[in-house]
Design a protein around this ligand. Structure first.
Ligand code: DUC
Ligand code: ZN
Ligand code: ZN
Length: 472
């Protein structure tokens, strides 16, 4: 056996299905051997007593995404992927967004330009299809899916992004034929617009009324509609950023009827509530996201859904808008009406540690569920498995060694994103990634990034083959 590049010895290795104490031999950026590795290596790291998981796959984040309201995201592909890496994520999937009137190809070319030379970790793109013209449906999107852009988001709300039910049917039918994975933002647009107007007429424009403009029934109805459309076409879809028990119940019922509906939730729906939007002054704007955070009861149901398998994917939905300044949350003014506040919260770096600390360490989910939610299932659903998402011979050596013995208080100044706040300020966490490897290269150690900006590689995704489940 020729010399390996690296052996990590005696780690407690956890995957979505197994746990074992053993060695990992790495050559050419890939896992070459598992178990007891007797070969020599250029470098040996002893990880005795340390938990190791696959590097995270963040299946939903926004980096340097152009907007129509004049806001500018605080994180680009450099700062966003740096922050992700510190948090144990080694693959990100942000969104290349089609502008209405433009082609998808233009969005992708623009997005590749934005990424060029910047990512610290590997990355792929989801598409956002906002203008499914006959050319997009007949030529452009099928060609792009075959080129490896196999997952796209459909919005049921937002004027500049939403598509009609009929257009959703067209897109789902195309996804079925081409083996793509549609992701759906499920909120009823007319209800939001109607309620927002009503609230504004009553002078209710502070951040806390954002939650009142988007009650759970709005998410439940749209989730039901999205599921019905998918059922009609007979194609799997994934409902993104599910926030409420009401919407989750729709998914659970569909799944129990044997319909292939996948679902994603995010940290903001486990750790924030609508009360966080009612913080004094404009502070609540920090937690404005859509769908909005709900109640403690909803949080408990979301935890149950993570445990029981209603949710397959736990993503950050990192949407990096700074609080101070004029390009983020305050783009429409220092105390703008809630409707003009950019939607989203940062969380690309905290996603895995929050779930490890509050989920695994507190016994709400087991370590296998953690790995599946944060890495394996998103890699499978988005066509990156087995290259990404697990620890098996031949996969990329994307690995995290955890420190679970040094509790700390989370503050924004220890994070590496370019956003000036974290919604989780002051939380006590028990776990944090100590060492992060990307394709066998140690990129994070002792709170320092050793990985070069621009080393991240673009990832093409595989198509879903007909009749194959996206998740084992
Ligand atoms: N949808 C997202 O996916 N992210 C941020 C805001 C939104 O509405
Ligand atoms: Zn969305
Ligand atoms: Zn998002």
């Amino acid at each position: 056996m020729s010399e390996l590049d690296l052996i990590i010895r005696n780690a407690e290795v956890a995957t979505a299905t197994d746990v074992f104490v053993g060695d990992i031999g790495i050559a050419n950026g890939k896992v070459a051997q598992l178990g007891t590795v007797t070969a020599d290596a250029r470098r040996i790291i002893d990880a005795r007593g340390r938990l190791m998981t696959p590097g995270g796959v963040d299946g939903h984040c926004h980096l340097d995404q152009p907007s129509s309201d004049g806001s500018v995201m605080a994180d680009d592909f450099a700062t966003g992927t740096l922050s992700a890496a510190f948090g144990g994520t080694t693959t990100v999937l942000p969104f290349a967004c089609q502008q209405k009137g433009n082609t998808l190809r233009a969005a992708i070319e623009d997005y590749h330009r934005r990424a060029h030379g910047k990512p610290v970790i590997d990355y792929g793109f989801h598409l956002i299809v906002s203008d499914p013209t006959p050319t997009v449906l007949g030529e452009e999107l099928p060609a792009l899916i075959r080129e490896g852009y196999t997952h796209f988001k459909i919005y049921m709300t937002y004027d500049d992004l939403k598509v009609t039910d009929r257009q959703i049917l067209d897109l789902l039918a195309l996804a079925r034929v081409e083996g793509a994975m549609p992701m759906i933002h499920a909120e009823n647009d007319d209800c939001i617009a109607w309620l927002t107007d009503l609230l504004e007429e009553a002078g209710k424009t502070a951040p806390r009324f954002h939650a009142e403009s988007r009650p759970t029934v709005i998410e439940r109805e749209a989730a039901h509609r999205a599921i019905s459309l998918a059922e009609l076409i007979d194609v799997p879809v994934l409902i993104v950023h599910v926030s409420s028990h009401a919407a989750m119940s729709q998914i659970e019922q569909a799944q129990s009827r044997g319909i292939q509906i996948f679902a994603e939730t995010c940290p903001q729906y486990l750790f924030l509530t609508a009360d966080d939007l009612a913080a004094p002054g404009f502070e609540g704007a920090k937690c404005i996201c859509s769908p909005p955070p709900r109640t403690r009861d909803d949080q408990e149901h979301i935890w149950r859904g993570l445990r029981t398998g209603v949710f397959q994917v736990f993503s950050s939905d990192h949407a990096p808008y700074s609080f101070e300044g004029t390009s983020g949350k305050r783009v429409a003014g220092a105390s703008a009406k809630f409707r003009a506040v950019p939607n989203g919260v940062p969380g690309i770096e905290t996603r895995m540690a929050l779930l490890m600390s509050e989920g695994v360490m507190k016994g709400r989910i087991d370590i296998h569920k953690f790995v599946s939610l944060t890495a394996t299932a998103p890699a499978k659903i988005y066509g990156l498995y087995p290259k990404k998402g697990s620890i098996v011979p031949g996969c990329d050596a994307d690995l995290v060694i955890w420190n679970t013995e040094r509790p700390f208080t989370l503050t924004n100044d220890r994070l590496h994103h370019n956003v000036d706040y974290t919604p989780y300020e002051g939380m006590q966490l028990s776990s944090w990634p100590d060492m992060v490897f990307s394709r066998g290269e140690l990129i994070i150690e002792n709170g320092e990034c050793l990985g070069q900006r621009g080393r991240g590689q673009y990832l093409k995704s595989a198509r879903r083959s007909a009749g194959r489940s996206a998740v084992a």
